[in-house]
Design a protein around this ligand. Structure first.
Ligand SMILES: [Zn+2]
Ligand SMILES: [Zn+2]
Length: 138
């Protein structure tokens, strides 16, 4: 699979039995929604699946950022806002295949999740662990 941002070949990283695709060139990460879903089921955190669904189903935002194509279905991904100030957008597959985070964007997402919920959800903890592991790999 190739990086939707820089076209570099991505490497598969397994973490907590979830396979993630990581770009060693630009540090972006592709989260397959099916893999995240399985992980939430396996941890019994079914209640948190709405986080994922919310992100995938968020309305498209107006932005001049470059459009990317989903590495799975090749459809142009939509820009979804994870925070307004500063404005941060992630790329979501219009068919719900998954989410793309540029290197650095995940930190903003985690702060946003913490602020919205007041407590750190396991999905946020998971994402931060993945990104810490990623930084050690880089
Ligand atoms: Zn890349
Ligand atoms: Zn797709």
């Amino acid at each position: 699979m190739y990086c939707p941002a820089c076209k570099h070949a991505m490497i598969v990283v397994e973490y907590h039995r979830i396979e993630l695709d990581y770009c060693p060139n630009c540090q972006g990460v592709w989260f397959d929604s099916g893999e995240l879903d399985l992980w939430l089921k396996s941890t019994g955190r079914d209640d948190e699946r709405h986080f994922l669904a919310d992100m995938l189903n968020s309305p498209e935002v107006e932005t001049s950022e470059a459009r990317r194509k989903c590495p799975i279905c090749r459809q142009t991904m939509k820009k979804v806002a994870v925070s307004k100030d500063p404005a941060t957008h992630i790329d979501a597959c219009p068919r719900g295949n998954g989410l793309w985070f540029d290197g650095g964007e995940v930190d903003v997402l985690l702060q946003e999740l913490d602020r919205k919920t007041g407590t750190r959800h396991s999905i946020a903890t998971f994402l931060s662990e993945v990104f810490q592991a990623r930084q050690q790999t880089a």
